[in-house]
Design a protein around this ligand. Structure first.
Ligand code: SF4
Length: 294
């Protein structure tokens, strides 16, 4: 029997992730020993595939154990300055795969901090605490940044008298970022009478923000949505909630084992989509699986 499926052509790896994975594959296929500093992509299926090819994963606290000259891949999320210092001290060879968009953002955060810090200013980052990209950003300014994951996290934040500069993690939800910045502006105006000391940087990745509107249209156009992503992917969580908000029958799955045949009804058109960390081959495999369901 099976169901008709459509794969969202805008889902799947973003440019930054494609670049990092291609570089990793080039090196391991050439027989090099390569460690990725943290998971190169938040998707277990893809990690298993790369692991079979020989890519190893290492955590920062174990970098000390590696001999000089070992190749370490810096993934698309980027790293704090301290990682580069440690690698240089240990004479490790870094394979730089930080996404160019993230590198630009890191540079802007450093530059802005250098500008406002002497005036008693404050950097604010809208992002998930502990996320690699966010750690990479706060690590540009020795941790001197406030990280806010939700608008509610503003409660209890006391702004200094100096400039306030706000940045977003590249994969955050644009409308949530807008709401957060509006609220910060409101609080500063209440305090000062104007918002002259506030600077907001538009740093959400265009590849991701454009996807959100397109995904909403895709999710509304199908009777049921299978959203494929690793549970660790913060971009995956954001995008899945967008699907769920417009299509109640949206299901978050990691692989075909998570599919429950009871979700489907006769005549369903099944939309298959995923996060920026979801490999195309996995979406295709799920589509084949759904097309063959009894
Ligand atoms: S989401 Fe955008 S900024 Fe982040 S890694 Fe992908 S392309 Fe780069």
């Amino acid at each position: 029997m099976g169901y008709k499926t459509t794969i969202d052509k805008y889902s799947g790896f973003c440019g930054g992730v494609i670049r990092a994975i291609e570089r990793a594959e080039q090196l391991v296929d050439a027989g090099e020993t390569l460690y990725s500093l943290g998971a190169v992509v938040h998707n277990n299926e893809e990690l298993l595939r790369l692991g079979k090819k020989g890519l190893k994963v290492i955590t920062k606290d174990r970098l000390n154990e590696l001999p000089p000259g070992t190749k370490i891949l810096i993934r698309a999320h980027g790293e704090p300055l301290s990682t580069y210092e440690l690698a240089s001290k240990k004479e490790l060879e870094l394979i730089e795969c930080t996404c160019p968009v993230v590198l630009q953002l890191q540079k802007k955060v450093r530059k802005e901090y250098a500008r406002i810090h002497p005036m008693g200013g404050q950097i604010i980052i809208f992002g998930k605490p502990g996320h690699a990209e966010v750690d990479g950003l706060t690590g540009q300014v020795s941790g001197n940044a406030i990280v806010l994951d939700h608008i509610e996290d503003l409660n209890g934040v006391i702004f200094p008298d100096g400039p306030v500069s706000v940045f977003s993690q590249t994969t955050k939800n644009p409308s949530e970022y807008e709401n957060l910045c509006r609220e910060i502006r409101r609080r500063i105006i209440r305090q000062d009478g104007d918002d002259k000391r506030l600077t907001v940087f538009n740093t959400i990745c265009k590849q991701v923000s454009g996807r959100q509107a397109r995904l909403e249209a895709f999710a509304s156009a199908h009777s049921i949505i299978l959203f494929i992503s690793g549970k660790e992917s913060s971009n995956g969580k954001v995008l899945y909630h967008i699907c769920k908000s417009v299509n109640e029958r949206s299901y978050f799955i990691e692989n075909e084992l998570d599919i429950n045949p009871e979700w489907f009804r006769s005549g369903d058109s099944v939309g298959i989509c995923g996060a920026t960390s979801t490999p195309a081959w996995l979406m295709q495999a799920i589509a084949r699986n759904v097309e063959q369901l009894p």
